[in-house]
Every structure is written in C-alpha cells, then in structure tokens.
Design a protein around this ligand. Structure first.
Ligand code: GLY
Length: 375
C-alpha cells in the first residue's frame, strides 16, 4: 500500500489546487455538469445541490482552508430557501442535506446545521408509503405526470440521513422507515444476476408491485451502471446501519456483477447491457461511486476478502486519476472527465459531473485515513 499513499497524496494535492481555483469562479453556487469546460449551474432545489459543498467539506477536512468552509456554509444557507418548497423537493433531500448540513455538523458541531438536517430527515420520512413500504421518489412535475407509486434505486443513498436522525434524536421512527424501504429495495430492485432496476412502480393504494421502468438506463431490462453503483454503496451502508447480513450479501452480489462487467481500464460504460449499435459512452461517475461502495464493503468483511474489494476500488480510482483526470487545464472546471448523466434524455453525455468529482475525492480521502463518512 506504500505506493498508494504516494499517488493518493499527489492526487489530493492536485485536486486541492484545482478546486481552490474553481472556488473563486463558482463560489456558493450549485454546479452539475461541465459543458465546454464550464460547470453549468442549477437551482438550489436540484438533486445535485449537495455535491459541490460536500466536495468543499472533504477538502476543508484535509487542509483547514477557511475559504472552502465559507463557500460550503453559504451553499448550505441557500438551501434554506428551498426546504419549505413542497412542490420542488423530492427524495433527493438525503443527498442534498447529508453533504451540506450533516457534513457541517459532523465537522463543526454547528447546531443550526443539526436542526436543518433533522428537518430534512422529517421531510424525507414523510415521503414513505406505508402500504408499499417505499419512499416515493419524485413529485409530479406537470399535469398528467403520474409517479405516486415510483421508487428508485438511488434512494438507498438517502437512507443514511434517516439513520443519522435516529442516532441524534433517539427516535426510532426514522430508522424504521429506512429499514422498510431497504427491504423493498432488496426484494424488488436487485435482479438475480446482480444487476438492478432503476425505477419500480408500485400501486400506491394497495402497495403491490406493478412493473419496472428503464429510467436512466437504456431499457427496463438493461443494466444502468450508475444505478448499480448507488446499490453497491447504499446496500453496504444499510449493512453498516442495521448489521443485517442480507444487505452485505446483496451489496457483494451487485459489486460482483459490476466488477465482472468493467472494461480493461476499470471505468464502467454507462449501461452494461446495451443493444448493438448504441454508443457505449463511459460513466466515470458510476466508477467513482462504486469505488466508494467497494471501500465500504471492504470495511465490513474479513481481511482476505476485504483485500479484493479494496484493491479493485484502488484500481478504479487510480485509473480515474491517471486517465480521466483533468488537473492543470484552467479551461475545464471538472476534475473527472467522461461522465454520462442521462442518456435516454440526451442530457450531459461524456462530460464531467459534479457527483463524479465528489465521489472521486471521497474515495481518495477514504484511502488516506479512516474518517467518519458524511453518509
Ligand atoms: N438520478 C440520480 C442519478 O442521475 O444518478
């Protein structure tokens, strides 16, 4: 591992140098995808709002650079304007407030951040459908947009906010909801071969499963790689938070599917099961997320087994660093090139994505030291 210490330190140094420069340019805003070298900004209610401040908190923890902390805190304050917006908020509340308020609270013990994160956890728990035992993903965005019965695999990453709220308050309601949703994900989203569905539709009145939908994957029976990466990491965290071994088994099953489908450079294509003739773009963000998931699995299993997961995570992060990273080029805001956000909608294909950057840096910091995760 000695060699790893060296390249990880070097990579973190380059990340810090570049993010220091982009912080001057982006400031307290909410970047998502970098188009023609510039991060495009989103409104604060968009699901990606937590990743830039989360990245700044990761680097603040490394460097104690107050300018990074200041921007992260300003981003968090801006989210106050959307926490009361019933129409715009959805299950991504978990992504948004875990990487802003929970991160801030874990690092600085700021009581305002704790209060915000608890409010966010209440809103997330309130999306639970107790007939179907799922957290509703999104709200209807236009007339006729019927998605009351939709749950999505990404939501596994929102559950740590609920477990955190139970730990902080002693009130088990939050973890009850998280466990019920986790069981639903296990029973209805993970296929026998280890691939996953993105969206499953339930009958919101009876709770019965109706069908699976393709969502951001190519089709309902393809294998969207970022969905698999959310499952690997989310299931590993569910095991951490419940101690229930079936979540660890499931995380390993999805991980084995994912690893078996990696190309030679260890960075996944956006969908592992595409028909002939569809361009197989990479999704570097799925690689970064899955690497963090593999590191979480490696923490949960015994030593010889742990080594396999950890070595694979290192190969993935190293490949991102060596072949996908953009370090010195001030004409490119993103850190990690070649992410694919939403192929079916033709959005943000083959570009840097802020969550790819975030998880790449989280993976590096996890290799450097045994920090408490923000999740
Ligand atoms: N819907 C979250 C994602 O694009 O992964």
């Amino acid at each position: 591992m000695t060699n790893d210490v060296q390249w990880v330190a070097e990579a973190l140094q380059k990340v810090y140098g570049k993010v220091g420069r982009t912080n001057m340019k982006i400031g307290a805003n909410f970047p998502h995808a970098s188009v023609n070298g510039s991060y495009q900004l989103e409104e604060p209610h968009w699901w990606t709002a937590g990743f830039w401040p989360g990245l700044l908190w990761l680097l603040y923890r490394e460097t104690k650079d107050e300018s990074l902390k200041e921007t992260a805190k300003q981003c968090e304050k801006q989210l106050d304007s959307v926490i009361t917006d019933y129409y715009k908020l959805d299950h991504d509340i978990g992504f948004m407030w875990t990487l802003t308020s929970v991160a801030n609270y874990k690092l600085t013990k700021d009581e305002d951040s704790k209060r915000r994160a608890l409010l966010a956890a209440n809103l997330l728990a309130a999306r639970f459908n107790c007939k179907g035992n799922y957290i509703r993903a999104w709200n209807s965005r236009y007339k006729g947009d019927e998605n009351t019965g939709w749950a999505i695999i990404d939501c596994l990453m929102n559950l740590p906010l609920l477990f955190w709220a139970t730990k902080e308050t002693g009130d088990p309601r939050f973890s009850h909801v998280a466990k019920k949703h986790g069981e639903t994900a296990l029973n209805h989203f993970i296929r026998k071969d280890g691939s996953v569905h993105h969206i499953v539709q339930f009958n919101p009145e009876t709770g019965e499963k109706e069908k699976a939908l393709g969502g951001q994957g190519f089709s309902s029976d393809s294998a969207w790689s970022r969905g698999a990466s959310w499952a690997i990491y989310g299931l590993a965290l569910l095991y951490r938070d419940t101690g229930e071994s079936h979540y660890l088994q499931a995380a390993k099953g999805v991980a084995h599917f994912f690893i078996a489908h990696l190309p030679d450079d260890f960075v996944p294509y956006w969908d592992f099961r595409l028909p002939q003739g569809i361009t197989n773009y990479r999704d570097s963000s799925a690689g970064a997320i899955a690497a963090c998931g593999l590191l979480a699995i490696s923490q949960a299993v015994e030593r010889t087994e742990a080594n396999m997961y950890k070595r694979t995570a290192i190969k993935m992060l190293r490949s991102l660093y060596d072949h996908y990273g953009d370090w010195e080029n001030d004409g490119q805001d993103g850190l990690i090139l070649h992410g694919t956000s939403h192929y079916p909608e033709g959005k943000n294909i083959d570009v840097p994505l802020i969550y790819g950057d975030y998880f790449f840096v989280e993976g590096l910091t996890s290799l450097k030291a045994e920090y408490e995760l923000f999740w």
